[in-house]
Design a protein around this ligand. Structure first.
Ligand code: B3K
Ligand code: ZN
Length: 860
């Protein structure tokens, strides 16, 4: 497959002011007639040929201005010869949605028909200039069987409908806003809506609908309320008002991603729509709210202003992730949400940035764009814009985004356009800052300090590690919020410093004797801080820092230092004991601190994840040993639980007594399951009976799932009984059965691989449904113990899944590759086994573009 380069961008030779589409819907043969009004683009090199992208399409007929056309195929694309300045091109294609297992283009899901076009799915529906810089106004007519497809939806507004009287009916839709083809959507199915109008700030009434199958209607209120909250928030915080009279959301059960922001017609994975306390956890509720918000915010950051080309993906995704994170921070509390987002960044993006698939947030080349919907483009992209916001402050940032929305409304823009709008609107020079768009790799900052009189001299040295294709890096501007506290208890004031050269010393005022530096407060920059603060200083910060984020960071730092030392086997017996004692003391303090609420307490009781420890252990020339990390982490959990047995059981009892609808209930449920997990590490029998009791008493999914999670890792009789009860209770609910698969795939049970193999044979398992594949196999690939089993059986199983899935759904198959791609930073025994699996995949031949690109890059 060819490599596509950002520097090769050229505008398209033709404009397509209007597009008419006519669909005769049938599950196995849908007839599509597309009429494109085209005219020469004066801004592009003239060409007598119009290249229309196709993917697995054949043209039934092609006419130009009503007469047979001169056309030919060039690989998958259709090339039409056009003599004049302006023409009308009509093309007929016939597609088979029921055979579409890739879930790109028009496909069948659970009896309905729906579309997914981003990035290049529209070309599987009809021949079209399927690139985001070709904006067109769409008029769509669809016709189909009335019983099978009583509801017919498309982008924009419904302008006409009718019944043919022969069992078929039709509808016509018009979207007044010009859009790229990737935002096209159509849905036909037997759906019901939960509706509630929203009145915009200027007084316009918007009909909001959440469309689902009838049996799911009772679980749609949270999604609908989340939509209303998002609409209001975007008006207040970014000054963005909705621009159609209708906002439709449809839930489908077969979906490659979370959701899709199609103009006026979002298509969602059911997982991010359906929620009630009996079937969804508190985390699921948060995820629904976050994804609903994300897709809604795209209406401005993505749809009104779209991307010039796919290299600019972070323009819409990074910005929209930042917007949804800010929204959720406002809805649910700033610190806890920030801690969660940083945890995700470290678990997903840092490893990506340190591995063979590392790429800048604005990539320079790709073979398959689907492989670039990454944590780097999304989450690091959000961090980069968050840094701009931290540097200029809220008010000036808003002036910058106002200018951006105003200046580029209706355009297909670039990341450069965004940066320039922030520069002009906020009045800031982001010249050097642009390096964040072009350089990959997580910067590392070495910290040293010296006291001189009443000043602390803080010396920071930055290095940006080499990444594939980028051996040498330049220093980047790194904004860091810092405060210099005193061990006497006096807290220093927070200030923002910007490290913009390789090495720099900052003079900071002392708050008192024995300074302790709190750095990167609130995680102002997506970097790794390298320092060796004493255990006492970290314990001090964990207990006293006035920034709750910094408190949790101090505890993480304490845990990482100890666990990496333990995994490397470099701790003396005394260091081992002292490290454990410090962490135990910090946990004891968190459990006892009456000033903390449980939501924050819960964050403080989370030990660094194995993935994060893997990153911390594999630094410089050192390699990670997943086996040693697992043993060290489980050992620490056991030590904590042995020392704090009474406190943990008391915390479990206290939190168990807080009722479901108490405002403190969410935090309590989090703490309850965390302490149960700790107890299990030291005292499986007690944990098993507490977990069984928690399961039996639970009146909500959070408590039930938490209990079952703990039971799943234990070899106890309570395990089987509760798993069976859970299955029996929820066997008709696909999303909950996904949880049942996931809990077993993620467990630390000694037989986890055998369990996963058996589950893959379960009648409810199907490799054709992405949620199910993710619930079993993707979960397993993220199980640090099972996946990294020393004999390579876990690697083999994941490689087998990639090979089996690739011909069916390449996008989802390729998403398994990064787990194996981490081999270079892992101890030699496992590395060889992982590499051998990648080579086996590559040797099998006939791979999709998606999987080929990821596997070959992982072996380079
Ligand atoms: N924009 C979509 C992603 C679609 C990816 C298709 N390969 C979802 C989102 O980020 O909102
Ligand atoms: Zn998005």
């Amino acid at each position: 497959p060819p490599v596509i380069r950002r520097e090769d961008y050229a505008p398209f030779a033709w404009a397509v002011p209007t597009t008419r589409l006519d669909f005769r819907l049938a599950p196995d043969a849908t007839r599509v007639t597309a009429t494109l009004d085209v005219e020469r683009n004066p801004a592009a090199d003239p060409s007598p040929e119009l290249r229309l992208n196709g993917d697995s399409l054949t043209a039934e007929s092609v006419t130009v201005d009503g007469a047979p056309a001169t056309w030919r195929m060039d690989g998958p694309d259709l090339i039409v010869t056009l003599p004049g300045e302006r023409h009308s091109v009509e093309i007929v294609t016939i597609i088979d949605p029921s055979a579409n297992t890739q879930l790109m283009g028009l496909y069948a899901s659970n009896g309905m028909l729906c579309t997914q076009c981003e990035s290049e799915g529209f070309r599987r529906i009809t021949f079209f200039p399927d690139r985001p810089d070709v904006l067109s106004t769409y008029a769509v007519r669809m016709e189909g069987d009335k019983a099978a497809f009583p509801i017919l939806l498309c982008n924009g507004n419904r302008v006409a409908e009718g019944d043919n009287g022969d069992g078929t009916h039709w509808a016509e839709w018009h979207d007044p806003w010009p859009k790229p083809s990737y935002l096209f959507a159509l849905v036909a199915g037997d759906l019901v809506a939960n509706s509630k109008p929203f009145t915009t700030v200027s007084g316009r009434k918007v009909e909001c609908n959440v469309w689902v199958r009838a049996e799911d209607l009772a679980r749609t209120d949270h999604a609908l309320e989340s939509l209303h909250r998002s609409m209001k928030w975007d008006e207040e915080v970014f000054g963005r008002e909705y621009d159609l009279d209708l906002y439709n959301i449809v839930a489908v059960s077969d979906f490659n991603m979370g959701a899709m922001e199609n103009k006026g017609l979002n298509v969602f994975n059911t997982k991010y729509v359906l929620a009630d306390p009996d079937t969804a956890t508190d985390a699921d509720f948060d995820a629904v709210e976050g994804v609903i918000a994300h897709e809604y915010f795209h209406n401005w950051s993505g749809n009104r202003i779209t991307c010039r080309d796919w290299f600019q993906l972070s323009l819409k995704e990074g910005f929209t992730v930042l917007r949804d994170q800010m929204f959720s921070q406002d809805m649910r509390g700033e610190a806890v949400k920030r801690i969660e987002d940083v945890r995700i960044l470290r678990a997903a993006q840092f490893p990506e940035d340190a591995g063979p698939l590392a790429h800048p947030i604005r990539p320079d080349s790709y073979r398959e764009i689907s492989n670039f919907y990454t944590a780097t483009v999304y989450n690091k992209g959000a961090e980069v814009i968050r840094m701009m916001r931290s540097m200029v402050g809220e008010t000036r940032f808003r002036a910058g985004t106002d200018l951006y929305f105003d200046r580029h409304d209706g355009e297909a823009a670039t990341c450069e356009d965004f940066v320039r709008a922030i520069e002009d609107g906020a009045g800031v020079d982001l010249g050097q800052f642009r390096l964040w768009y072009s350089q990959a790799g997580t910067p590392r900052i070495a910290v040293s300090q010296m006291v001189e009189g009443d000043t602390l001299k803080l010396t920071l040295k930055q290095t940006v590690p080499a990444t594939p294709g980028q051996p040498d890096k330049q220093p980047m501007p790194i904004p860091l919020k810092v405060a210099v506290h005193s061990r006497s208890g006096a807290l220093g004031a927070e200030q923002l410093i910007v490290l913009d050269s390789a090495e720099q010393t900052f003079d900071l005022p002392l708050a008192g004797p024995d300074p302790v530096v709190s750095i990167n407060r609130g995680f102002t920059a997506p970097v790794v801080i390298e320092r060796s603060l004493s255990r006492e200083d970290l314990v001090f910060l964990a207990a006293h820092d006035d920034d709750p984020f910094a408190r949790s960071e101090a505890l993480q730092e304490l845990g990482v230092a100890h666990l990496v030392g333990a995994a490397r086997g470099t701790l003396s017996a005394e260091e081992q004991a002292d490290g454990e004692a410090a962490i135990i003391a910090a946990f004891r303090a968190s459990l006892a601190d009456a000033a903390l609420d449980d939501a924050m307490r819960g964050e403080l009781l989370v030990l660094p994840s194995e993935t994060y420890l893997f990153e911390a252990m594999a630094t410089g020339t050192q390699l990670a040993d997943p086996g040693a990390i697992h043993t060290a982490r489980e050992g620490l959990k056991a030590a904590i639980a042995t020392a704090l047995a009474g406190e943990l059981q008391a915390a479990h009892a206290r939190t168990s007594a807080i009722p479901l609808d108490d405002p403190a209930g969410r935090g309590a449920r989090k703490v309850k399951t965390l302490v149960l997990g700790l107890i299990a590490a030291a005292d499986p029998a007690t944990a098993a009976s507490l977990a069984a009791a928690q399961y039996d008493a639970a009146d909500n999914m959070t408590g039930r799932q938490g209990a079952l999670m703990v039971l799943c890792s234990l070899d106890v009789p309570e395990r089987e009984a509760r798993l069976a009860a859970f299955y029996e209770r929820y066997k008709d609910n696909a999303l909950v059965i996904d949880k049942w698969f996931t809990l077993q795939a993620l467990s630390f049970h000694p037989d986890v691989i055998a369990h996963v193999r058996k589950l893959a044979e379960h009648p409810d398992f199907t490799i054709r449904n992405p949620n199910r594949v993710r619930s079993l196999h993707m979960a397993f690939a993220g199980n640090p113990k099972g996946f990294h089993k020393a004999d390579g059986e876990g690697y083999r199983m994941v490689a087998d899944v990639i090979l089996a899935l690739d011909p069916i759904n390449p996008q989802t198959a390729a998403r398994f590759v990064p787990a194996l791609g981490r081999w270079r930073r892992i101890e030699p025994g496992r590395a060889a086994l992982m590499k051998a699996e990648l080579e086996r995949i590559l040797a099998s031949g006939n791979l999709s573009r998606d999987t080929f690109e990821q596997v070959s890059r992982s072996l380079e």
